[in-house]
Design a protein around this ligand. Structure first.
Ligand SMILES: *Cc1c(COP(=O)(O)O)cnc(C)c1O
Length: 401
């Protein structure tokens, strides 16, 4: 047998190159459940880098719902949805997420990555055009690549550029034009300007797709998302989202839209047709999380989340750190230099605060940062302790006085 040594040598060379650039992404092993207070091999830590916005990832009610679902429906379907993989609980979850987000129907996917990967290709072809924000999530970029529609890109949140691209798409004779945007951009915590974006869409007869992964359960009245926050509910055509962040943090994605769109996705979306049904425990947990998110209790958790974000922003600003402005629980602490951001994050873990640094190519060159994320699972004392640690390390590394 011939061993393809050259291949393995190339793989190892690539790993070395990534490491030499300082870009190796370590997997930090948690020795606890997800939460505001966790532990890693380095000891206990305050956690400022989960998408666990409402703190439901280890909530007793959500866990009980997952256990009940296993008892009632088993551990899994061993089937894709259309063969013998659809239970009442899948239909219940589709109904619940459609109602919560204000759409007539919804379809589940194994992940939001798959929702975005599968949503474009069945709906649009080479006669059509997709106009995509330059900072859209990788899964939207991949989904668009899998679709034959012509591609246009506009600068992040830049409505003048969006208009130029819409003109270009129309002049090129596109039949249907779809504008695709994240609802909240994950590296900055900025909301897409959906009021202006939907107005432009309507002027150009374009459809709109919003990915609300960082928004569902978090942003807008009752956590209904960015369309509700921007007062354009009912004017978005397609919504994609996840159960893997605020809504319990397990996994799973969805597309919510008008019924015929969802019906066509059920016939043609490949990650839906060719991948296993969501596990009943995930459906049960997500249903319980939606119920909490949509309730008065959800409002209380969102108020606590907003209060934590405000407390952290104010104290960090007073301590002399540069933050990106905003109100979203994503609070980027700008350090600009990639090596510095990485060192800062490593030192913080030693000080008992778990954060992640992001640098090029995830964010533009010279805009390296520590992206912190607030959670309703954090208490004031966690926030204060974290700010103290930031200040100590900031002084040590010469960033604040
Ligand atoms: C997290 C995220 C996804 C992927 O969600 P999964 O359910 O984890 O696959 C897609 N889009 C955006 C904007 C995200 O933030």
């Amino acid at each position: 047998m011939i061993i393809p040594e050259a291949f393995y040598a190339q793989v190892e060379a690539q790993l070395r190159a990534i490491d030499e650039e300082g870009l190796t992404k370590p997997e930090r092993v948690l020795t606890t459940a997800q939460g505001g207070q966790i532990a890693t091999g380095s000891g206990p830590a305050i956690n400022l880098c989960a998408n666990n916005y409402l703190g439901l990832a280890n909530d007793p009610r959500v866990k009980a719902a997952a256990r009940d679902a296993i008892d009632a429906w088993g551990t899994g379907l061993a089937s894709v949805r259309f063969i013998c993989g659809t239970q009442t609980i899948h239909k219940d979850l589709e109904r619940a997420i459609a109602d919560y987000t204000g759409f007539t129907d919804a379809i589940l996917f194994p992940a939001a990555f798959d929702a975005n990967g599968g949503v474009f290709e069945p709906l649009l072809d080479e006669n059509d055009a997709i106009v995509s924000d330059s900072l859209n999530h990788a899964s939207i970029i991949d989904g668009i690549r899998l679709c034959k529609a012509r591609r246009y890109r506009f600068a992040n949140g830049d409505m003048a550029d969006l208009e130029c691209q819409l003109i270009a798409a129309r002049e090129a004779g596109a039949r249907h034009v779809l504008i695709a945007t994240d609802g909240v951009f994950s590296m900055d915590g900025y909301l897409a300007p959906l009021a202006d974006l939907t107005s432009l869409a309507e002027r150009f007869g374009a459809l709109t797709l919003v990915d609300d992964c960082h928004s569902t359960g978090v942003v807008g009245p009752r956590g209904r998302g960015t369309a509700a926050a921007c007062q354009v509910e009912g004017r978005i055509d397609i919504l994609t989202g996840t159960f893997g962040k605020a809504l319990g943090g397990a996994m799973g994605g969805f597309v919510a839209a008008k019924k015929p769109v969802v019906d066509l996705l059920r016939q043609k979306a490949r990650p839906y047709l060719f991948s296993n049904a969501l596990a009943p425990a995930v459906c049960g947990a997500s249903l319980a999380a939606i119920e909490i998110a949509a309730s008065d209790e959800g409002d209380r958790l969102r108020a606590k989340l907003a209060d934590n974000a405000k407390r952290f922003r104010e104290a960090m600003t007073a301590a002399g750190f540069e933050l990106l402005p905003g109100a979203h629980p994503i609070v980027p602490v700008m350090l600009r230099d990639a090596a510095l951001a990485q060192r800062f994050a490593a030192r913080l873990l030693e000080e008992g605060v778990y954060v992640t640094s992001f640098s090029f190519p995830v964010v533009p060159r010279g805009k390296a940062r520590i992206r912190t994320q607030m959670s309703a699972a954090l208490e004031h004392h966690h926030i204060d302790t974290a700010v103290d640690a930031f200040t100590r390390v900031g002084r040590e590394l010469g960033i604040v006085q």
